[in-house]
Structure formats: C-alpha cells, structure tokens
Design a protein around this ligand. Structure first.
Ligand code: SF4
Length: 318
C-alpha cells in the first residue's frame, strides 16, 4: 500500500503557486519521495543522490493527490498552470496518467509535465503523458560521454534510446513539446557537441527549444552557468524555435492563506528560492517574508546559499 507523505503541511503533495519563468503562476505537484529519480544530474537543485531508479510505482495514493489538487483549484489563489515536478522524475509515479486525467476532468488550466525524458523510451511511459497539455522533456546530451557526465543516469538508460523515444513521442502526442536543454559550462557547450544536439533536435522536432543554464545552486559546484551572450549565440545557432528562458516578470497574486512559515518551508523544501521569489509565490510583501526567513534561519529550519550574487534559501535536511 502506498504510504502517506510525511510533512507538516496540509497540502502534502502541492507547493506554490510559484512564479515560473515560462508558465506564470504554477501550482507545483510533487508526487514522489525526496529525490526519486532515474538520473543524478550535476546541476540538480535537489542535491546529489547517486542511487537512481527506473522502477515505476504508486509512491503515494493517486486519489489523495487528486483530492488535494482539486481543493487547491477551488481556492482563492491565481493558478495559470498545474505543473508536475518537484522531488524527482514525476513519471516514475505509476498513477500519473490517472492523476492527469482527473485534473483534465476538473479544469481547463493547462497541465504541464516536466520530465527528464527517460520515461519516453517505452510505450507505456509515453502513453502516460498523452493527456497533458504541455510536456517539457529535457535533453542535455547527444552523445554517451556527455550524457554520463551531466546526467549521471541509471545504468539501464542510454541517450540513443532517449532520443529515439522523443522522436516517437513527437509522432504520437498531440500536445505541445518544449524541449529544454540545460547548458553547463565546459560540459555540453562545445561546438561539436552542439552540432550533434542540433541534429537530435531536428529529428525530434519540438514546438520550442528552451535554453537554460545553471541559475540556481546546483548539486555539484563544478556545474557552472553560461553567460547571456553565450546563450544568445547558441540560440541563434539553434534557429527560430529556440528561446532563452527569460526571467519571470511579476504579475498580481492574491495573498496565500495559512501559516507563512509552513508555506515558506514547503517551497524551500522543493528547490532553493530567493526571498523575492517566495514573496511573489505567496503573495506577501518581501519584508514580511524576510522576517520569517530570519526566524527560520535562527531555528535552523532553512539555510542560505549564495549563488551568482543572489541569496537562495533551502530547507535544512532536504
Ligand atoms: S535535475 Fe531533474 S532529472 Fe536531473 S537529477 Fe534532478 S530531478 Fe532528476
């Protein structure tokens, strides 16, 4: 039987809505135990976890997850998208298709799945995502050595199979595919590798290619970002469908209900966030968020990490 998720927050499986650079206010759905993933990417915001898995199962009950999502959709907060991401690779949850279907019966708000693409290798994994509106698969490598270096995958995975899975998924799936490429300095940004990536992208034919770089504290300090001019050059090289994921521009958000410290901890347990990002996410003034963060720092519940000149907060013991 699937266990209940252990947390002090009532919405065990949800976080946010968080301001997302590409989706507006996104209700985060997190359906896995912490860092359950088929990869262990050097840039992962969840830290390093060498024990990877490809075994799909119902980690937590699909019906409980759906109940919480439906309740959040009826709440006062602005929600522009329902996005599956968070503690690992969401497609490892065997009930994901059922949950997506349940959301689609409840709302027209787009359902978005962030995936590392490993599930697309097999038919069942691809079919599980058919009813989502947008799938954001990532592909950071086009060759085995680069794949091994950046994504540090489960031994059963190969980048050739993943690219073939993406090509098939493109043929079968009716929704939008935004292919995300995380560029890491000195690892996948060399000209010969970019040429191979471009060839893979041409085969996959996504609706968009979204170029990202290491903007949040990564698992390994060796994972370093590219500069904006470098990203601009790569964007031009990939052509019209490519874009650099721009910084999120603040929109109105109504105030979040409930205990602010708990809400901050729920956000900071999924990914490192700045005080401003937390303030936008919860619809509370940044000064108020900073006061709560100071108290949480003193109590040892969060820690601060300096990355690229910004201070990020993350939950201690994530
Ligand atoms: S970045 Fe995503 S795919 Fe990579 S290890 Fe972290 S959760 Fe898994």
């Amino acid at each position: 039987m699937a266990p209940a998720k252990p947390t002090g927050n009532d919405n065990h499986y949800l976080y946010g809505p968080v301001p997302s650079r590409r989706l507006g206010f996104s209700l985060g759905v997190d359906i896995l135990p912490f860092k359950t993933c088929s990869m262990n990417c050097v840039y992962c915001q969840l830290g390093s976890q060498p024990k990877t898995t490809v075994r799909r199962r119902e980690f937590f009950p699909a019906k409980d997850i759906l109940t919480q999502i439906r309740a959040a959709l009826q709440g006062p907060q602005r929600i522009d998208a329902v996005t599956f991401s968070g503690s690992g690779e969401p497609t490892l949850h065997s009930g994901i298709r059922k949950i997506i279907r349940g959301i689609k019966r409840t709302t027209d708000i787009p359902v978005v799945i962030l995936t590392n693409s490993s599930c697309l290798i097999n038919k069942k994994g691809r079919e599980a995502l058919f009813e989502a509106d947008i799938v954001v698969p990532s592909l950071d490598a086009a060759t085995r050595p680069v794949f091994e270096k950046i994504n540090r995958p489960h031994p059963s995975l190969s980048v050739e199979k993943i690219i073939a899975g993406l090509v098939r998924f493109r043929r079968e799936y009716k929704g939008r595919i935004w292919l995300e490429i995380m560029l890491v300095r000195g690892m996948n940004d060399g000209p010969s590798h970019l040429k191979k990536m471009k060839e893979a992208v041409a085969r996959i034919h996504p609706d968009k290619v979204q170029l990202n770089t290491v903007v949040r504290p990564p698992a390994e300090t060796s994972a370093r970002p590219l500069s904006l001019p470098e990203l601009d050059r790569i964007k031009a090289y990939f052509g019209e469908s490519a874009e650099i994921i721009a910084d999120f521009k603040a929109k109105d958000q109504s105030a979040a209900a409930g205990d602010i410290s708990e809400a901050i901890l729920a956000t900071a347990s999924r990914r490192p966030a700045t005080a401003r990002e937390i303030s936008l996410s919860l619809g509370k003034p940044v000064g108020m968020i900073s006061k709560h963060l100071l108290r949480l720092l003193r109590e040892g519940k969060v820690r601060s990490v300096l990355h690229k000149g910004s201070t990020y907060y993350e939950k201690n013991g994530r």
